[in-house]
Ligand binder design. Sequence first.
Ligand code: FES
Length: 105
Amino acid sequence: MPRFLLGPRSQFSGRGPWRVRRAGRPFEIRRFGEESFVAIELACRHQNTDLSGCPERDGLLVCPRHGWRYRAETGECLDDPGLPLRVFAVIGEGERLWIQGQEIT
Ligand code: FES
């Protein structure tokens, strides 16, 4: 996946998380500290169901199709630890933030 523009840094100045769609794909942007962000792709690893409409409950996202559970903060899958949500680095260049194309996990 090529990198693509997330948006201006000012759009992500609070605590988050923020749900966005970029390049047709759903992401949750999470902030760690002042300047560190990650982009978690909200696509179930079982059959690629869009999780962007799923509320976070007790720190978990639950897929509406077959119930796989993911830790919202990390993307860890509780039902198949080998298939976490895809997590991408977010980097800043000047006032812009970019989602990097290479998965962290
Ligand atoms: S598609 Fe998400 S659990 Fe099956």
